[in-house]
Design a protein. Structure first.
Length: 189
């Protein structure tokens, strides 16, 4: 009799857990279905960013939110361009491939520190959070926005110059555009 009460109380207590699990599974299924559609995903991300920019420009406020979002997106982009096992950091993970550090080493594929899907997901999520923040007046801090724009442009130029120097020094290209693609040709055996 005591066991029946425990089962009933645990099943009632688990309703919220079951609902949360079901919601999480549905959300993950939705994300999984979007995974192969790279172009469509980035069109959605660009649409969100354009919506955010229009919100900032038309309302003429929330410049601090825009600046913080820009810095976060810049940080994501640099992580997207950086190899997972960065020889400049001195920390190498021997479990997987890494960049060759000498000219006589064999080619190893480029593995990103931040994969493309996680990059897209973070851009969309942060842009949505930024859009939600623009709905609250408490986040509309009065600032002289031209200084923020100039500082952001300067920071972007310095960061990208450093990243390009890193790419040249360690001889890697983080994009697959223009790289040869080898296909496996079977002779019908």
């Amino acid at each position: 009799m005591m066991q029946d009460e425990d089962i009933q109380s645990s099943s009632k207590g688990n309703i919220c857990t079951q609902a949360w699990t079901r919601l999480s599974q549905t959300y993950q299924g939705w994300l999984d279905s979007w995974t192969p559609h790279t172009t469509s995903r980035w069109i959605v991300a660009i649409f969100l960013v354009i919506t955010f920019v229009l919100r900032i420009v038309l309302s003429q406020g929330w410049y601090v939110i825009a600046y913080a979002l820009g810095i976060y997106h810049l940080n994501l982009f640099v992580s997207f361009l950086t190899p997972k096992n960065d020889p400049a950091m001195g920390i190498e993970d021997n479990d997987g491939p890494s960049l060759p550090t000498r000219s006589n080493e064999e080619f190893r594929p480029f593995i990103r520190r931040l994969p493309e899907f996680k990059f897209w997901y973070s851009v969309c999520k942060s842009t949505l959070i930024g859009l939600i923040c623009t709905l609250f007046e408490c986040f509309n801090v009065p600032v002289f926005w031209p200084i923020l724009v100039m500082y952001f442009i300067t920071l972007t130029c310095i960061t990208m110059r450093r990243q390009i120097k890193h790419m040249i020094k360690y001889r890697y290209i983080p994009f697959t555009y223009g790289k040869p693609k080898y296909q496996n040709h079977l002779d019908g055996k």
